[in-house]
Write a protein that binds this ligand. Structure first.
Ligand SMILES: [Zn+2]
Length: 439
C-alpha cells in the first residue's frame, strides 16, 4: 500500500481491524452531520414564483434556503429530509422589495418640527420601529436618504439590524443630508436670533463638500445625499427650482465619495440642477420631476437612476393644511406624472423610492401601484423595486432576485402581482437573510 493511500472502511472491516460498534458510530456521525447541514434548511412552496429578470411565472414555485442563502429555485427543488417545509398556498414568491428613498427618522405630521421638538435618542427609538414596520411590509433592503437633523444616528440603527438586535431591512445610510447656507431644508423663516439649526449639514464650497463627506464617512455613512434644488415653484405648467451646488462642486463631491468606493445621491427636482447632477456622475436623481432630453440621455448612458417619489406627494396633497397647499401638491404631481411618461419613453433607468417617513412606514408599497398607474408595466415596476434597487444600493450580486447563492430575502403576496400590482400592499410572508420575520 502506498503511504498516502488510505484503506476504505470496508477494507478495514474485512481485515477485522474495525469493531462493528465503531463502524456504526462512524456512519451515525456522518448522518448526524448531514442532518445538521439540513436542520437549518427551509423549502418555500407556493402556487407561483416570479422570476423578476424575465417576468416568467414558475408554477408551482419552490425555493430551497440553507442558512442565509438561497440554494436552489425552481418548479421543484430538493426537499432535504430535515428541512422545514413552508407551504404558502395561493401566493406568489418574489424577491424582497427594495425602497431606495426612505426616511426612518421621520414620522407623519411632524416632518420639519421634529428637529426642534424631539431629541435624537427619541427619534432613534422611533426609527427602529419604522425599520421594523418597513421590513414587515416586505421591504428587505432600503436606502435611508437622510436623518434630517439626527446626524449619524442611522449608523447605530443599521448596525443594530446587522447585529440582529432589532428587526429591519438591510440599510444603506448617509447621516444628515448636505445643503448650502440659506438653501433647501435650511431652517429659513424663523427668528434669526434663535439660530434655528438646519436639518442638513452645511457645505458652501467644493472644499466644504470634501470635508463634510470625510466626516460622514468617519461616522459610518455608506453614501452622501446632497440637496441640489429647492424650493420648488409651480405656476400653471411652469415648474422651476433653483440649483444649490455648481456642477464643479458636485463633481468634487462625486470624486471624493468615489475615492472610498462611495456614491452621491441628490435631491433634485428641476433643471438645471438635475442636469448638473447627471453630468457630475451621481448615482441617482431623486424626485426627478423635470429632466430635459440631454439629461435623460446622460442618465441612460451612464446608468443613473431616476427615483420618482409619487406616494409622498399623493399623501401631502391629501393631508395639506389648506386647499391652496393641496392644489399646489396636486399641480406638482400632475407635472411630475407628465414628465415621468417622457422619462419612460426615453428609457431612463428607474428605481423605486417612496420617500416614506412623512407618511406612515410600512405603507409605501403604494409606490408600485402609482408607478403602474403612471405608465409602467407591473413587471417594470417590480424590476425597479428589486433588480434596480439592488444595483443602486450596490448589492446586485447579493439581493434583488431569487437565484442560487443570493441572500434569502424573499416575500410572498396573495394572487399574482403581474395581474394586480396592489398585491404588493398585502405582503404576508417575509423572509430576510434566511430568517422568517412574518408568516
Ligand atoms: Zn426624501
Amino acid at each position: 500500500m502506498h503511504a498516502d493511500e488510505r484503506p476504505s472502511i470496508a477494507t478495514l472491516v474485512r481485515r477485522g481491524l474495525f469493531a462493528l460498534p465503531l463502524l456504526v458510530a462512524l456512519f451515525a456521525s456522518a448522518a448526524a452531520s448531514a442532518e445538521a447541514d439540513n436542520a437549518g434548511a427551509v423549502v418555500l412552496h407556493a402556487a407561483r414564483l416570479l422570476d423578476v429578470d424575465t417576468g416568467k411565472i414558475l408554477s408551482p414555485g419552490e425555493v430551497l434556503v440553507r442558512g442565509e442563502r438561497i440554494v436552489a429555485v425552481g418548479v421543484q427543488v430538493d426537499h432535504p429530509v430535515a428541512a422545514r417545509i413552508i407551504d404558502l398556498g395561493d401566493r406568489t414568491l418574489l424577491p424582497g422589495l427594495i425602497d431606495a428613498h426612505v426616511h426612518l427618522f421621520l414620522h407623519p405630521g411632524a416632518e420639519d418640527s421634529q428637529t426642534f421638538n424631539e431629541s435624537v435618542p427619541e427619534r432613534t427609538i422611533r426609527a427602529t420601529l419604522a425599520a421594523r414596520d418597513d421590513l414587515m411590509a416586505g421591504f428587505t433592503a432600503e436606502r435611508d436618504m437622510g436623518t434630517e437633523g439626527a446626524g449619524s444616528a442611522d449608523t447605530a440603527v443599521r448596525d443594530a439590524i446587522n447585529h440582529g438586535w432589532i428587526s429591519g431591512p438591510r440599510l444603506r445610510i448617509c447621516g444628515n443630508a448636505i445643503d448650502i447656507l440659506g438653501g433647501h431644508e435650511d431652517a429659513i423663516g424663523f427668528n434669526p436670533d434663535q439660530h434655528a439649526l438646519s436639518n442638513a449639514t452645511y457645505a458652501n464650497s467644493s472644499a466644504d463638500l470634501v470635508a463634510v463627506i470625510r466626516s460622514q464617512v468617519k461616522q459610518g455613512a455608506d453614501f452622501a445625499k446632497i440637496y441640489e434644488t429647492g424650493k420648488d415653484r409651480i405656476a400653471g405648467d411652469d415648474f422651476s427650482s433653483p440649483y444649490q451646488f455648481s456642477e464643479d462642486e458636485l463633481r468634487a463631491a462625486v470624486q471624493e465619495a468615489a475615492r472610498s468606493g462611495r456614491r452621491i445621491a441628490v435631491h433634485a427636482t428641476a433643471e438645471p440642477g438635475t442636469g448638473m447632477a447627471a453630468r457630475a456622475g451621481v448615482a441617482s436623481i431623486d424626485h426627478a420631476y423635470q429632466l430635459n432630453a440631454g439629461t435623460m440621455a446622460v442618465m441612460r448612458e451612464h446608468g443613473i437612476f431616476a427615483v420618482p417619489t409619487f406616494t409622498v406627494l399623493e399623501y401631502f396633497a391629501a393631508h395639506a393644511a389648506t386647499p391652496e397647499a393641496a392644489a399646489r401638491y396636486r399641480a406638482i404631481q400632475a407635472y411630475h406624472i407628465g414628465q415621468f411618461k417622457l422619462q419612460l419613453a426615453a428609457h431612463v433607468p428607474i428605481a423605486v423610492g417612496s420617500d416614506v417617513g412623512p407618511f406612515p412606514h410600512g405603507t409605501q408599497a403604494r409606490e408600485f401601484a402609482l408607478l403602474v398607474q403612471n405608465g409602467m408595466t407591473p413587471l417594470a415596476a417590480i424590476q425597479a423595486g428589486t433588480l434596480h434597487g439592488a444595483t443602486l444600493l450596490g448589492w446586485d450580486k447579493d439581493i434583488g432576485r431569487l437565484a442560487e447563492n443570493y441572500y434569502a430575502d424573499i416575500v410572498a403576496v396573495p394572487g399574482n402581482p403581474l395581474h394586480d400590482i396592489s398585491a404588493l400592499q398585502r405582503i404576508d410572508f417575509v423572509m430576510k437573510n434566511g430568517m422568517v420575520y412574518r408568516q
